[in-house]
Design a protein around this ligand. Sequence first.
Ligand SMILES: *[C@@H]1O[C@H](CO)[C@@H](O)[C@H](O)[C@H]1NC(C)=O
Ligand SMILES: [Cu+2]
Length: 260
Amino acid sequence: MAPITTALFALSLSLSTLSLISAHGHVTGIVADGKWYSGWNGEMKYQNPLPLTAGWQADVLDNGFIAPTAFAAPDIICHKSAKNGNAYIPAKPGSKITFQWNTWPVSHKGPILDYLAPCNGDCTTVDKTKLLFTKFAEGAWKSGDNPGTWVTDDLVKNNISWTTTLPANLAPGNYVWRHEIIALHAAGSANGAQAYPQCVNFKIEGAGTQGLVGGTPATAFYTPSDPGILFNLYGAFKGYTIPGPALAKFVRRGVRGWVG
Ligand SMILES: *[C@@H]1O[C@H](CO)[C@@H](O)[C@H](O)[C@H]1NC(C)=O
Ligand SMILES: [Cu+2]
């Protein structure tokens, strides 16, 4: 009996260790100007027909993540095996948008990043590999070290939600918003960072005049050796380099588009 008990104990121990490492989250809903829209939830894939969600349909039943070795492959764009969201959330320049996560472990500290890509047509059918993203909001390290205080601590305190404002003069049109958390709790080891992207279709109304110029395919955002991807949270540090393309600066007047 003893060896079996020991083996079972070892198994349950390794399973609980595994779930500690892999317990994370996904976006369950989006609040736009005070109105709640359901996001994509992994179990929706069993529904026929699929529910209408602006959230892109990713394989997130396991609340899983994309690892650095896959950062150049299409899964980094809108998460694992993502297919286009089949609806839109209406919003306008300056709208307050809140992403509601189902859960987020406080250990999963790291940057929170927001990108927009114009669909130049219909976001429900656009080819995700053609999307060119502009990073327009970001946050990460705040203070301290080992592990320090991070914006993800604010997300956890704020009912596991994150609020960002749409650019004030964004031109009307259809856009994919790519909201992402990168968890760094294991990022001190090669391939240890965990990216949790979620794409959501937005139909921007209003009278904004500034479109997005340039942009970067998500498959070119990060490499496994970027200083903000291979990063030891559990040591002494005085700063942190946020990964991905430079934050776009919104030009208020006189210039069309964004400069990054
Ligand atoms: C917290 O989030 C849940 C959804 O996970 C929501 O139902 C609830 O209203 C939120 N509470 C507050 C105070 O915003
Ligand atoms: Cu996790």
